[in-house]
Design a protein. Sequence first.
Lengths: 288, 250
Amino acid sequence: MRRFKEFLIEKIILLNGFACILFVILIFFFLAKDGLTLFKTVSPWHFLFGTLWNPLAEPPQVGILPLFLGSLIVTLGATVISVPLGMACAIFIGEIAPRWIRELLKAGVELLAAIPSIVIGFIGMTMLGPIVKNLFHLPTGLTALTGSLALAFMAIPTIVSIMEDAISSVPRSYKEGSLALGATHWQTIHRVIIPAASSGIVAAVMLGIGRVIGETMAVMMLTGNASVLPKTILEPVRTMTATIAAEMGETVRGSEHYFALFALGLVLFVITFFINLAADAALHQKQK
Amino acid sequence: MVDKIVVENLSIDYGGVRVLKDMSLSVKEHEILGVIGPANSGKTSFLRALNRLNDLDISSRLSGSIRLNGKDINREMDAEEVRKKVAMVFALPIPLPMSIFDNIAYGPRRHGVKKKKKLEEIVEQSLKAAFLWEEVKDRLSSSGMKLSGGQQQRLCIARTLAVEPEVILYDEPCSGLDPISTAKVEDAMRELKNRYTQILVTNNVKQAARVGDRVAFFLMGELVEIGEAGQLFTAPKDKRTEDYLTGRFG
């Protein structure tokens, strides 16, 4: 009887493990099936490099270049803002801060991760938008920059917690070895600790980017949603995620528009997949 | 001989526990002072106080004074300055995660040496002084972590020499090494006597006898006895020293 119970539990756990993978595969196939249907009527070239997104026109225009560039510019902006900030924060927490400040900061960073993106979205809309508008004398405060700023806040917790892990797992002996040779604390951080933690730092940046590129709600509220080719970071843009979220509800099932949104989702999936893969590779490199 | 380091009434607490009690001793220039004693006798804490690595532990408290060349290292010198002059070789040889060349050039670079020529010179001299040059001269660009244990320890000694310290502290430098590597490290120490003051903390009493000019015996945070190696090992003044040396405890 006990044997049977043991057997049963083992199999159930096994089943659950496989189920997770199965769901991912099913989602991918579902996405691929509907997404690839689009290419029966539209060439991949026009889809990927077309500069016009107007799926309700006749005939529908489904070039995703403006959306892709919108995502890219918002993500780049968020990365440029969040990486230095997150890195400095991680170094401070991991290396410099006394214990009580460290605990306080860690709790604060985790709290930042707990803020729902919609909340960041409306705070950005009411506070950040007007600031950006007045600062740069723009007709609207809802621009790529506004989105980048808000997304930076959402990426920082991921970046800080993973980087801090990497920095604190650098062996103490490296630090002491360096200090014992008369190097200063900063020289030790700069020349020994950061290089030794580099793979974790790269992974943290990658996962931060992954988080930003998939984010939808805040960018939809903050970037102005204009599907035009962006020229500067101070213009309204529209990201891939926001497009899907905004248009999925009003499309006719089985139409070209519908398939185009799935294809867009597929592109997004492929991008995040490779970013996660890169982060994973960076992390594993460390273990060797 | 001149006193290089003078320790007066040194006491150290770690989080309220006293690990070193009211210790006074001096280290003479160009001698090798062996420090022996059982575990938890305060040997390592003593060593770490001498180059201010204790500073890294926020729970440590220190009273009394340590003077290097007459200057109080805690009140009249920067930690970096102290550590440049009083360098430490650790129990476990841990090269930094970089090439052999960069490991040795690390210290000089941090102290402002930039010219490639000069660095190459320092690296060669340091490796020669640590008896490692012949073994690694053809692979200076390979990782320092790929060397054997004994080679790693000599690499760590070489990187210490590269910053041109005045005093070298060894914290059980041979605890993880085989007898042949140990002999090589000891040879290096004897060779370095002309130029450096050295303090060797060791669990190996015989090693202290082999390389020490004078030997200090620590027990539970106290300095029990310090004297010429020959005298301390053959005719210890204190009963506790004799008990330890004859293996009655520790």
